[in-house]
Design a protein around this ligand. Structure first.
Ligand SMILES: [Zn+2]
Length: 410
């Protein structure tokens, strides 16, 4: 008979998540725990005290990232598990904290079974993933991976004029740069999906292969402002009519490219925005996301063809690329290991992509990294209604535990 698998304690995991939710819980059972706030400090203190009680060594780096290590018997780079404890304003009880609680629960499972890891186990909390108080998001993993400049980041200010550096000092979590995460055998991040796919397909686990690449353009249409009552329809250069034509055309062309492509015209400004004046300028954003760079390239060809768009209502059209980001592929070997763990546990799953950004995408730049998703009911996140069934949270952590246990084997 097959030996029974070691599993985590689902009830304890739930208690941990609810305990964290107490630090900033809102009236509607969501959480407001902005980065480096008093609520964040309390959540960090709780995290550190649990880790110390488990006999873990706790270190804090110069960005306030917290690392708690259960020392291994061999001198090897640690297996790192974690995510972020900060939330957006009126966010949920699962985004980020689930990945940290997963690490805690796995450390507890080791401790209660008197298991000493061969390879050190490290639980990490990355500072300011959300970017809700200090922009940009994924700030500290960005500094660790060399994507962001530290000096620029620590001087970022919140809406009250408080700098990141001052806030870090205030809550007492300014550590040393020598403690930064420099190497790891693996980084594993468990996160809620933040989309509707797993729930729709009645699956418990998503094994994430990549964070999709994206491209963002700004389209500017210039027409002429004239009196809305006196200018005949045939003599107008209406920038908003031109925008309307482009939107409809771009939607059908982009929509025909690939069923996995997502694209959004999320921001639009109209000038002069007065009901008696024909709009002379419209600026809107057009972003698109897909894992395959060839598809993104097709998107760009369509966008770059817009200045020659025939139904332009006599207006001038410009398309400016604001920025892009390549698809970040996770470590194929670890992705396979996670998939094997899911299979051996008998959970329903699929391989999928992440349309949202995560700390893991920066870590992947210098550490073998992969992610696991659990369902978001109705796809909701960054809101108080955010919800993931407890049993799916438990399954997600079991997948990580099983993977960690396999990595511990010689
Ligand atoms: Zn998150």
């Amino acid at each position: 008979m097959e030996q029974q698998k070691l599993l985590i304690n689902g009830r304890r995991l739930k208690e941990t998540l609810e305990r964290f939710a107490d630090f900033g819980r809102t009236e509607k059972n969501g959480v407001t725990r902005l980065s480096l706030s008093e609520e964040d400090r309390k959540a960090r203190d709780y995290f550190c005290s649990v880790c110390k009680d488990l006999g873990m060594t706790v270190k804090v780096d110069d960005m306030g990232n917290i690392y708690a290590a259960l020392e291994g018997t061999e001198d090897k780079p640690p297996i790192v598990i974690g995510s972020h404890l900060d939330t957006v304003k009126k966010g949920g009880r699962f985004d980020g904290v689930l990945g940290v609680a997963a690490g805690l629960e796995i450390a507890r499972t080791f401790a209660e079974n008197h298991m000493k890891p061969r390879i050190s186990l490290m639980v990490v909390n990355f500072t300011n993933e959300e970017g809700a108080r200090f922009e940009p998001s994924m700030m500290s993993s960005g500094v660790l991976s060399g994507k962001f400049d530290k000096e620029i980041m620590i001087n970022k200010r919140d809406s009250d004029g408080v700098s990141f550096d001052e806030a870090l000092e205030t809550i007492g979590y300014k550590g040393k740069d020598e403690f930064r995460l420099k190497e790891a055998s693996a980084f594993l991040e468990l996160h809620i999906e933040q989309g509707p796919i797993l729930e729709q397909e009645s699956l418990s686990i998503g094994v994430v292969e990549c964070v999709v690449g994206m491209v963002c353009y700004e389209i500017e249409i210039t027409g002429e402002s004239d009196h809305a009552g006196t200018t005949p329809m045939t003599m107008r250069k209406d920038a908003l009519f031109a925008a309307n034509n482009i939107l409809a055309d771009a939607r059908s062309k982009l929509g025909a490219l690939d069923s996995d492509l997502v694209f959004t015209m999320g921001r639009m400004n109209v000038w002069p925005n007065i009901h008696t004046v024909i709009p002379n300028k419209v600026v809107f954003s057009l972003e698109a996301r897909h894992k395959d760079p060839a598809v993104i390239q097709q998107v760009e060809q369509i966008i770059q063809g817009l200045p020659d768009f025939p139904s332009n209502e006599g207006c001038e059209i410009k398309a400016k690329k604001l920025w892009d980001r390549n698809t970040v592929w996770f470590d194929p070997q670890i992705v396979n290991q996670l998939e094997q763990s899911v299979k051996s546990l008998g959970y329903s799953y699929k391989r999928m992509v992440s349309g949202a950004g995560h700390d893991a995408q920066f870590l992947a730049g210098y550490v073998p990294t992969a992610m696991v998703f659990v369902p978001s009911i109705h796809g909701k996140s960054h809101c108080e209604e955010e919800w993931t069934p407890w049993e799916d949270c438990e399954k997600g952590v079991n997948v990580l535990l099983e993977t960690v246990l396999n990595m511990q084997l010689k």
